[in-house]
Design a protein around this ligand. Structure first.
Ligand code: BES
Ligand code: MN
Ligand code: ZN
Length: 505
């Protein structure tokens, strides 16, 4: 969904005509200089209102003064920053989202935010993060809401047109924010894809959305079922064979570092556009959520768009496996044995453990074809990861300590947090099969780990690899300051950060 609020950066003293003013106070309350200034101009209204409402400047608190006298603003919002000591890396990002959430646009089309701490200036990165948070909060998935004429809110709500961020160095903030516009587009594309219902976003429709990235300079090729058959992708095809909708693989290449940039980093996504469980059918309650079983593929697509739009100096390839898991007459059965592209045979014990089968062929394909420097895959792979980690962290599994540490750090920087879980030979044994090389479930205990072990069977020795289980974070992850939609777009900012920090020339 496109955003309708224009962001601009201005000096603290730049003329502010109308609308809303947003100023800050630290725990105390200690007013920032802009807050002190407004307090003076309103003859003490701000400090008086703070006293009456017991506003102390605590993090997450805010106070409103409507129709203040002596200033041009129709509303002043005083927002608490808490103690500067507890600022996390994503503090300004989340604050941007929280502030944007308080601005309806009803009081005039413009809001002026005076960004500063009680003592000292914000860095250009902090300001850019604030702007990013505000813009991410702006997203709504409302394309299926018909506009009813007598709806009260439709008539009275005016969107916020302009958000002016007043800061010490507007030029530096503008430059710092330039690449973040691409991130907004990438995250919102991922959210759009996750939110889209499965009757609309079939594997073919998703493939077409990936193909559209060509406009941004991404080279996109699609694999048809016939091509996949020739490649031997028996695992992916087995998952899709019960559906009327054909399966697809999309390969997205961004060559921002050119020939001298060397082999690409590969990002692989699970794109099950709907997961009924297949013949091992899921229970009815909550099954609608399985329209989001392509959040991994959505993240890969959003990331590729973001990299292209910000012209990242990196070679990256994104591969997504797009299938629908249905219990049709042609569906695979429990007990079936299929052969993956790698030659590994798989005994299908549970047709609901389909994501790993889709990824098996995508992972092998990307290693054969591109010899990537590292492979990272994202998947809404197991319900068990939510039992282990809730919705606070995505699960991280890796064969490489350095890659794992880099990902964990990128998670803390962006607020898209990861928690590493173990892999090992004892867990690997859980997926040995009596009739084939491996089976597709390892039983109830450590379900997220045996799923990861399954994926690792398709990673070539020496290839640094990480698997992110985003079942708890990619969809229905709950309201946050920067997201109010069902699909979160999780992983786009995380992997963009990883690439900026370690893989760009
Ligand atoms: N797509 C599901 C995992 C999932 C569950 C994602 C809930 C988001 C929310 C996956 O395909 C699945 O069904 N996994 C099974 C594996 C089991 C059959 C070994 C699971 O987690 O129960
Ligand atoms: Mn499943
Ligand atoms: Zn699934």
């Amino acid at each position: 969904m496109t955003d309708q609020t224009t962001l601009s950066f201005a000096s603290p003293s730049a003329a502010a005509a109308d609308g809303v003013a947003v100023v800050f106070a630290e725990d105390g309350p200690k007013f920032t200089s802009a807050a002190q200034d407004l307090d003076k101009k309103t003859k003490g209204m701000l400090s008086e209102a703070a006293r009456i409402s017991a506003f102390k400047g605590k993090k997450g608190s805010s106070m409103d003064v409507l129709a203040p006298r002596g200033v041009k603003f129709v509303r002043i919002v005083l927002v608490g920053l808490g103690k500067p000591a507890d600022y996390a890396n994503d503090a300004w990002l989340n604050l941007g989202g929280a502030v944007r959430g308080k601005l309806s646009g009803r009081e005039g089309g413009t809001a002026h935010v005076y960004l500063e701490k009680a003592k000292g200036e914000l860095s250009a990165e902090d300001v850019a993060n604030f702007a990013l948070g505000a813009q991410l909060r702006n997203y709504k998935f409302d394309k299926y809401k018909s506009k009813s004429k007598n709806s009260e809110t439709e008539q009275t709500a005016k969107p916020l047109k302009t958000l002016v961020m007043h800061c010490a160095d507007p030029g530096a903030a503008r430059r710092a924010f330039a690449p973040e516009r691409a991130i907004v587009d990438g995250v919102n594309l991922a959210r759009d894809l996750v939110n889209e219902p499965a009757n609309v976003l079939t594997p073919a429709a998703f493939a077409a959305r990936a193909k559209a990235l060509a406009k941004a300079g991404v080279q996109v090729t699609l694999l048809s079922e016939a091509q996949m058959k020739r490649l031997g992708m028996g695992a992916l095809l087995a998952v899709g064979q019960g559906s009327e909708n054909t399966s697809h693989v999309a390969v997205m290449q961004w060559k921002g570092a050119g020939v001298r940039g060397g082999n690409p980093i590969a990002i692989v996504g699970k794109g099950v556009t709907f997961d009924t469980g297949g013949i091992s059918l899921k229970p009815a309650a909550g099954m609608e959520d399985m329209k989001g079983d392509m959040a991994g593929a959505a993240c890969v697509t959003g990331l590729m768009l973001a990299l292209a739009e910000r012209k990242a100096k990196v070679n990256a390839v994104g591969v997504i496996g797009l299938v629908e898991n249905m219990p049709g007459g042609t569906a695979q059965r429990p007990g079936d044995v299929v052969e993956a592209m790698s030659g590994t045979t798989i005994e299908v014990l549970n047709t609901d453990a389909e994501g790993r089968m889709v990824l098996a062929d995508c992972l092998w394909y990307v290693q054969e074809k591109f010899k990537p420097v590292a492979v990272i895959n994202l998947a809404t792979l197991t319900g068990a990861i939510m039992v282990a980690l809730g919705k606070e962290h995505a699960g991280l599994f890796s064969n490489d300590d350095e890659l794992s540490a880099r990902l964990t750090a990128a998670g803390l920087e962006t607020g898209e947090k990861l928690w590493r879980l173990p892999l090992g030979p004892k867990y690997d044994k859980l997926i040995d099969s009596k009739v084939a090389d491996i089976k597709n479930t390892g039983g109830r205990w450590g379900g997220s780990i045996s799923a990861a072990q399954f994926l690792q069977r398709f990673i070539k020795p020496g290839t640094p690899w990480a698997h992110l289980d985003i079942a708890g974070t990619g969809m229905a992850s709950g309201d946050t300051d920067i997201n109010r939609s069902w699909g979160s777009g999780f992983g786009v900012r995380l992997l963009d950060r990883l690439i900026r920090d370690h893989y760009e020339r």
